[in-house]
Design a protein around this ligand. Structure first.
Ligand SMILES: Cc1cc2nc3c(=O)[nH]c(=O)nc-3n(C[C@H](O)[C@H](O)[C@H](O)COP(=O)(O)O)c2cc1C
Length: 175
């Protein structure tokens, strides 16, 4: 893949919020997780974990905790990506909290792009009630859910979201 193909790959991804009933093949799920494990992490501690949720009842409960977002139920599976604070704090102390959040965010980004490479559709969901998700997935106290990645086969919205002009993000030397 050359650099223009890489940009086209990124541009061609969009959030999908309508899914059909097709499942995610096991080989694709394995590919997604293998890609995530190549992500960089602070001190190479990989302070992230993921809970795969594919049961109908379980997805419904996660959707409830996500303020009733329909696509959380209709996606074939959910990847609940979590920061594992203890793994990072054992070396970095308080800074490990931030590192674990970053590790989990990068891992989730890799999962999203890996799914796109497999022509699967995704939607990153960040609006959910942490405590409800934590309770229903039996997460230990040192683990925080960071993002829910809906994965499945669905219907693209047909139009792409716009972006701010990149120069509005960029500062040189000083803010
Ligand atoms: C941190 C974060 C939180 C998000 N939370 C939600 C969410 O709760 N529900 C949802 O439908 N989309 C959510 N999204 C998806 C964004 O709305 C979407 O990425 C953005 O509008 C750009 O559109 P695109 O993904 O199609 O390029 C979230 C994305 C990120 C990165």
């Amino acid at each position: 893949m050359d650099s223009s193909e890489f940009l086209q790959f990124l541009v061609s991804r969009c959030s999908v919020r309508e899914y059909d009933t097709r499942e995610v093949p096991d080989a694709d799920l394995t590919y997604i997780l293998d890609c995530a494990s190549t992500a960089p992490s602070a001190g190479n501690l990989e302070a992230w974990d993921v809970v795969i949720v594919d049961g109908q009842e379980e997805k419904e409960r996660v959707a409830e905790a996500s303020f009733g977002q329909e696509h959380v139920v209709s996606a074939a599976l959910l990847l609940v990506v979590c920061a594992n604070y203890v793994r990072s704090m054992s070396r970095y102390g308080d800074r490990g909290v931030l590192f674990a959040i970053q590790d989990a965010t990068i891992a989730c980004t890799y999962m999203m792009l890996a799914a796109h490479a497999k022509r699967l559709h995704t939607c990153w969901v960040g609006s959910f009630q942490d405590d409800e998700v934590r309770d229903m997935l039996d997460l230990p106290p040192h683990v925080r859910p960071i993002a829910i990645l809906c994965v499945g086969k669905g219907f693209s919205p047909g139009s792409f979201t716009e972006r701010m002009p990149v120069v509005e993000h960029v500062h040189h030397q000083l803010w």
